[in-house]
Ligand binder design. Sequence first.
Ligand code: PEP
Ligand code: MG
Length: 322
Amino acid sequence: ERGRLSRLRHKPAVTLDGERVDLLANIEMPEDTIGAVKAGAVGVGLFRSEFLFMGRETPRQTRLPDEEEQYQAYKRAVEGMQGMPVTIRTIDVGADKPLDGKSTGKQEHLNPALGLRAIRWSLADPAMFLTQLRAILRAAAHGEIHLLIPMLAHVSEIRQALSLLDFARVELDNRGAVHGNVKLGAMIEVPAAALTLKTFLKYFDFLSIGTNDLIQYTLAIDRADEAVAHLYDPAHPAVLRLVADTIAECRRQGKGVSVCGEMAGDPQFTRLLLGLGLRSFSMHPSQILTVKQEVLRADTTKLVPWAQEVLAADSPAALLAR
Ligand code: PEP
Ligand code: MG
């Protein structure tokens, strides 16, 4: 099976009816771009930058990566992708991705997934966030970078994040540092965001749906709690509705949209997402060929009406299984 799949590596991901689909890689470290290119990814759809910040507990590495270290890492990722776009998500720590608590002094709370994480963390520590933004803007001088902000829910957070981005540019200009342009994106992973898409699309060039958290927050199921894992259902009609509406609204407005949660790399969902109009999927590199095989067999003209049936079903999972 692997051998057969590997023959698909250089084949473009195009459906039977000629729809081109972008299959992108999720990465955690710049070196992961090697595997991404090998797997035939046409870009990085999610660079989880928090992995540069996590697990630095060796005596010499207790501090967070400074601007230069981050800049070098982002630049390596861009160079590794050889001209293809790289989507860098700003730091998403907290909850299931604890940073070394000692270095920040931030403490554990009862519901960490509902607490200070991702953009909330960044806005609570503007110096850290500005450092990251400057590093990303500098790396953007070396290739195409899309800047992605996680966990946004409030327009006030959007405005604060964007004004810090402006400020980071001013800081770089003031010191005469070279920097580049970035496309700006927001993750849709809180139901509140999926229900206020028009607001998000006023500010952003593209949206990326983080189904892992969107499922967790829509269904009130801790994504890391084994005791309720059986209720963590990606095919719950409420989840599918939010995903469908996000894709549809972006398409209506001509904005980019992708899915970068696990759903994008699960071949059970490929046909549904294609039928809902998705043309950009970001996943672990090991899933790319499997999903590509689904794309090559798909006919979107048939999948569009079928996807509407799936959306309307009480138990969509039954329709997804072949
Ligand atoms: C998601 O929530 O779907 C996502 C891609 O982000 P992470 O899994 O890193 O929280
Ligand atoms: Mg997430």
